[in-house]
Design a protein around this ligand. Structure first.
Ligand code: ATP
Ligand code: MG
Length: 155
């Protein structure tokens, strides 16, 4: 059965609230006009958004902002919901972007070492999204921030 993405995302945001508050990171979510019911396995899609939001927190310094936008991006015969997660963090250089979803890939191991992590979160996210016949894209600018967008088939 279809899953409403709004409460699913709200539950993840609630999990991250304490750390966000401690680090003075603002998490803002825009409300879509109506319910967005996607054909997804709620557990797997929770893992996808959790991985993306943990990254946004981890690679954004105190005082930053994470913006989550849920929209209906259907056109013609294709029905998709899109969820974008934008942060005001360190950003990613364009030459790194092609490798970002590879298993065990981490940008500048030296920079990332103190932040921990295996380099698996994005590989898993991409795998799960594509298993739902969805897709994931990234845009980033060093020093300004990063935006991931997940497209999922919806009702
Ligand atoms: P894991 O998710 O396994 O704990 P990880 O966060 O290092 O470890 P990924 O989530 O796959 O691994 O991300 C890969 C790399 O992409 C990260 O090491 C980081 O360098 C970069 N990255 C991911 N998300 C962001 C972001 N929002 N801003 C800046 N860099 C990011
Ligand atoms: Mg990660």
């Amino acid at each position: 059965s279809p899953t409403d993405l709004v409460p699913l995302l709200d539950r993840i945001i609630d999990m991250l609230k304490p750390e966000a508050e401690e680090r003075h990171i603002d998490i803002v979510r825009s409300h879509p006009a109506q319910k967005l019911n996607a054909f997804v396995d709620p557990n797997r899609i929770t893992q996808v958004f959790y991985n993306l939001l943990v990254n946004a927190m981890r690679y954004t310094s105190s005082g930053g902002r994470i913006s989550i936008r849920i929209t209906d991006s259907s056109h013609d015969e294709s029905h998709f919901a899109s969820v974008s997660i934008a942060d005001t963090g360190v950003g990613i250089a364009s030459e790194q972007l092609p490798f970002l979803f590879d298993r065990f890939y981490r940008v500048e191991e030296s920079r990332s070492r103190h932040t921990g992590g295996m380099g698996l979160g994005l590989a898993i996210a991409k795998e799960f999204v594509e298993a739902h016949r969805g897709f994931i894209s990234v845009q980033s600018e060093v020093g300004r921030g990063t935006q991931f967008t997940v497209y999922l088939p919806c009702a």
